[in-house]
Design a binder for this molecule. Structure first.
Ligand code: NDP
Length: 324
């Protein structure tokens, strides 16, 4: 018997109940991980509200770090006592213990703490694929990053600026603007006080940016298209304000033959080789101090509901973790 967050129904943060969980027997190729720190992501809100629908009752949470407690038959990649972290497509990490397929575990280097590991698997691997694979960011590119002081946002600002891009961040307050600037954003637009599209045009001498990273979704999608230059790339990778309204593809032609993609991390780390490559690159950039994993707030695992309230109220910055 162990403990974790269980949802019997979808809804507000109050549906997150701290409960007893009985674990099934460990299957072949599975590893029992005792969590030390659990990562909180906006995707957990979509799972909780039912925007991303799941069979109920359900656990919640996609990433964590911890220690290998037991290995199932067939597992040779890790041994009991090793420090590991993971990101999984299925929810269930808001728990003391979880059974994880061995092929999804990544060993944590000694220089990376459990807290960093838990905070960076989902968001860090997302920043990695967004900047290095979805659209390769190059020196001199002007790019726009929405929610620039958020979990993924601060990582995008740091990493893109290290790649030589000129980063324009978008945030909702002056305090968040200061954080984004400190983490590499060259310019920051505070909305709704400033008009997004006209400020971007001003900052890019009328041309527009070459890439927009927009995970706000519904509220910003069309403004983001208006911020792009000819042949620009719209990376719509989330929906914190709600899903994007369906639109006609002729909107893309009208604005200069734009490209739009709606990527998901799990397609970029589907194979073990991809997961290895991406996590090696992420760990390397963190170990060299180019990208810092900053924990903005910590909550007890049993108090995950409060983490959700704060995330949805837009009061969190950087990474959010649950401690055990
Ligand atoms: P954040 O820490 O960025 O929190 C969300 C931020 O979005 C808020 O702080 C807020 O910043 C901004 N926001 C704008 N409008 C709203 C709104 N109506 N309600 C709430 N927040 C709003 O979260 P994460 O770093 O965990 O995730 C960021 C986004 O990236 C999410 O949309 C998530 O789904 C997406 N994502 C997508 C992945 C993929 O592979 N497709 C993988 C990982 C994350 P501000 O106040 O400055 O506007």
């Amino acid at each position: 018997m162990t403990h974790g967050i269980v949802m019997l129904t979808t809804g507000g943060p109050e549906v997150l109940q701290w409960s007893e969980i009985s674990l099934p027997r460990l299957k072949r190729n599975e590893v029992r991980v005792r969590h030390t720190v659990v990562g909180v992501n906006y995707i957990d809100v979509y799972d909780r509200t039912g925007l991303y629908s799941r069979p109920l009752p359900s656990g919640l949470g996609r990433e964590a770090a911890g220690v290998v407690e037991e290995v199932g038959s067939g597992v040779t990649s890790v041994v009991v006592g090793e420090r590991v972290a993971y990101v999984l497509a299925s929810p269930g990490s808001y728990a003391e213990v979880r059974h994880v397929p061995a092929e999804k575990l990544v060993k944590l280097p000694a220089s990376i703490t459990d807290e960093q590991g838990a905070a960076m698997m989902l968001k860090g691997l997302t920043a990695q694929y967004l900047l290095r694979r979805t659209s390769k960011v190059r020196k001199g590119d002007q790019i726009l990053v929405h929610a620039a002081a958020g979990g993924v946002g601060l990582l995008l600002c740091q990493w893109a600026s290290a790649l030589g891009a000129e980063v324009i961040g978008v945030v909702s307050s002056d305090a968040k603007a200061a954080l984004a600037r400190a983490d590499g954003a060259h310019e920051v637009i505070v909305t709704p006080r400033e008009d997004l599209v006209s400020r971007v045009r001003e900052l890019t001498r009328g041309k527009g940016v070459s890439i927009v990273y927009d995970a706000v979704g519904k509220d910003t999608f069309f403004q983001s298209l208006d911020c792009l230059r000819r042949l620009g790339v719209m990376v719509s990778y989330g929906n914190a304000s709600g899903p994007v309204t369906p639109f006609s593809v002729s909107e893309l032609a009208k604005r200069g033959s734009l490209f739009v993609t709606r990527p998901s991390l799990f397609d970029y780390i589907a194979s073990r080789a991809e997961l290895n490559r991406a996590s090696r690159e992420l760990f390397d950039i963190v170990e060299r101090g180019v990208v810092k994993i900053q924990i903005g707030q910590r909550y007890a695992l049993s108090n995950a509901a409060q983490a959700h309230r704060d995330l949805e109220a837009r009061v969190t910055t950087g990474q959010t973790v649950l401690t055990l």
